[in-house]
Design a protein around this ligand. Sequence first.
Ligand SMILES: [Cu+2]
Length: 345
Amino acid sequence: VRRWRWRSGARGAVAAVAVAPTAALVAGCGAERGAFAPGGPVASDLDGLFWLLTGLGAAVLVLVIAVLALAAVRSRGRTDDDDEGVEGDVSERRSRWLVLGGGVVLPVVVLVPLTVVMLMVGVRTSNVGQEGDVVIEVVGHQFWWEVRYPGTDVVTANEIHVPVGRPVHLRMQTADVIHSLWVPELAGKIDMIPGEETELRFEASEPGELLGHCAEFCGLQHARMRFLVVAQPPEEFERWLTEQAAPSPPPATEAARRGEAAFEAAGCASCHAVRGTAADGDLGPDLTHLASRRTLGAGTLPNTPEDLARWVADPQEAKPGNLMPAIPLSTDQLQDLLAYLEELR
Ligand SMILES: [Cu+2]
């Protein structure tokens, strides 16, 4: 009796271990974010394919287990001698049909239509748009995203603005190692590969902000290499594009004027561009309209005056190992720089 109890206890533990991840997974789905909450036609296609594959896989699994169980039950108490004679011939013929049916017919019937469906989804998702779609260039950097709109002067970072209801065509490159761009609500992940251009197509059906990640380990701060897709109604998107294309206005206050000079003097300009000024570095994000962005350091900090001060004073504190060095600044210099940066709307 004791042994039985122990066994059932162990079985309970095994069941708990098996169920816990599933429960966690299902709980995660409840948040209505991610690949199971598609925000556009490409993601819907992928979601449908996922459930089709999972459903079919589950059905085949159940079938195999049922056949296995049947075989186990039916062969109880039988010996090899039972397979001799007429009865043996019958059972051999039957098992040959089982092998043919389960090993050839079933896979063909299941896998051929499935391959056709998968190819159709593949062709459809890689052909969203084509003509008249919005082309955006994204360059992956350790550990942030450069975003350009060809045909305009717009360069920004860590935010991809797109108009709702129009197909978007991302042309992707990397400035250093392999990265992978992934917005679960919109499309699958596609790698950025050194020396190559890859592309991704998607469409956002509703306005909103969707979180994107780097999905390929790329170094120390890979986990803090995030971005936002900001899906906007078309006229709002056009307004945003016009604002972002403009160069930065000249500094309005005395402090900001001193800050602009400090930006050159402290060496910020050798890595950062501010369009409309002499600063044209390209190792770090374009800061022309920094204050209009939602986050700092690719989703590391919210873009508030306090967090901007924290970042500029020591970028290694919030995001250790990122490629902006901590630059020694006097308190006055820091204040002037912040006054300048906050005017970059
Ligand atoms: Cu990365």
